[in-house]
Design a binder for this molecule. Structure first.
Ligand SMILES: Cc1cc2nc3c(=O)[nH]c(=O)nc-3n(C[C@H](O)[C@H](O)[C@H](O)COP(=O)(O)O)c2cc1C
Length: 375
């Protein structure tokens, strides 16, 4: 175990860690690209997989701004993939765009059957030519843990995690396989250091840790102290830290003060897909570019909507966009009312009308219209 006396994070203090101010021009710890097997992650900033959100449309928008070294899909259930495949049914929607988009790209899979996972991972490698296969051992959602005994449920069985990783690594060789975990199942049973060692010994090429337990779900704060401790338990594979990074300041602070090789950002990117560009600038020690103007954000939201329509058709795409619109609205005048209206739209025209009413085209103030027609 690492000695507490030498722990850099404890000395900085948890609050201080995420409140660290940028010291433009004087990076304390120089940001460096790192490798996941043969894949170079440059800059060392990753987009988190998020079910229901990180589809092709979202990844395209993120890529436009740059600053992200590796993007990930939503998690794909290996068993369901295999089931569809056996019936010659279409592959899951979650693989939309994967064949054609720029690399590097990671596809995340989940399940608890090593053989099925290995078979599906190999299919993804051969048929979709993905750069990285990521395995989910962190999902705390009941449907995944209690019903399917997968995701974070497996954290209590490091040996089973080891067998899964080993089989998938063997099947995918030479394409790298990574794993994403939480700190443990509960605060009383934190075992991320042990799980990390098993994952490395089983041949994984990198490990991502979300600094909460499954029991925490999304409550409280991500514990970067615990994330930093894991580094001492890994011999050679990179460690990617994840949790609550929502600005260039917090991301640069975490990168500098913890021994992580990479940082992963999830929720903050949903309404601010440009955050990666800002973090990348901060890591380089350059001035952080400002948020796009509200006019540009409006155009982006509508572009995102159009990408979604191309795939899902007008109605489903509009329902999907309700979720993003609420994230985009953070900080705009009349955001609460905007969210109320956006959450009710059912047609593309209704969506455009709501966006037009709240995001000014010409820098003028949004027109807050409680009477807005929302369908
Ligand atoms: C809506 C939502 C969906 C998520 N789906 C996944 C997923 O499919 N796979 C995964 O490993 N983590 C998933 N996560 C967890 C995120 O990848 C990330 O670990 C977590 O949100 C913490 O990072 P953040 O504070 O930067 O958001 C999801 C999180 C959210 C909010």
């Amino acid at each position: 175990m690492p000695s507490d006396a030498t722990d850099p994070v404890r000395d900085a203090g948890r609050t201080a860690l995420l409140d660290t101010q940028l010291d433009a021009g004087r990076p304390v710890r120089e940001a460096a690209a790192f490798r996941i097997g043969s894949v170079t992650v440059d800059p060392p900033i990753l987009q988190a997989p998020m079910a229901g959100f990180t589809n092709y449309a979202f990844r395209r928008i993120v890529r436009q701004f740059g600053g992200v070294g590796l993007q990930a899909t939503e998690m794909v259930n290996a068993r369901r993939f295999a089931w569809r495949d056996a019936r010659a049914a279409e592959h899951p929607d979650r693989l939309w765009g994967v064949r054609d988009e720029p690399r590097p790209l990671a596809v995340q899979i989940w399940d608890n059957d090593a053989d099925i996972m290995a078979r599906v991972a190999r299919r993804l490698v051969d048929e979709y030519q993905i750069s990285v296969v990521d395995i989910n051992f962190g999902c705390p959602v009941r449907k995944v843990t209690e019903k399917a005994r997968s995701g974070s449920y497996l954290l209590r069985f490091p040996d089973r995690i080891g067998r899964i990783v080993e089989r998938v690594v063997h099947a995918c060789d030479p394409v790298p396989v990574t794993a994403k975990i939480r700190l443990g199942c509960t605060r009383d049973t934190i075992n991320a250091c042990e799980v990390a060692r098993v994952i490395e010994q089983s041949g994984a090429a990198a490990l991502t840790v979300h600094g909460r337990t499954a029991e925490d779900f999304f409550r409280g704060k991500a514990d970067w102290h615990q994330i930093a401790r894991i580094k001492d338990h890994l011999q050679k594979i990179p460690l990617i830290g994840n949790g609550d990074l929502d600005s260039a300041e917090s991301a640069v602070g975490a990168y500098r003060q913890c021994a992580v090789d990479g940082i992963m950002i999830g929720r903050a990117a949903l309404g601010r897909p440009w955050i990666f560009r800002q973090v990348a600038a901060g890591l380089r020690g350059d001035p952080v570019p400002p948020d796009p103007s509200l006019e540009d954000q409006r155009a982006l939201l509508l572009e995102h909507h159009r990408h979604a329509i191309d795939r899902f058709g007008p109605t489903r795409a509009t329902f999907l966009m309700r979720k993003y619109a609420c994230s985009y609205a953070q900080g705009i005048r009349g955001a609460r009312l905007f969210r109320t209206h956006a959450a009710q739209v059912t047609t593309p025209d209704g969506f455009v009308a709501v966006v037009d009413a709240y995001f000014p085209r010409d820098g003028s103030a949004p027109s807050v219209r409680p009477d807005l027609h929302t369908t």
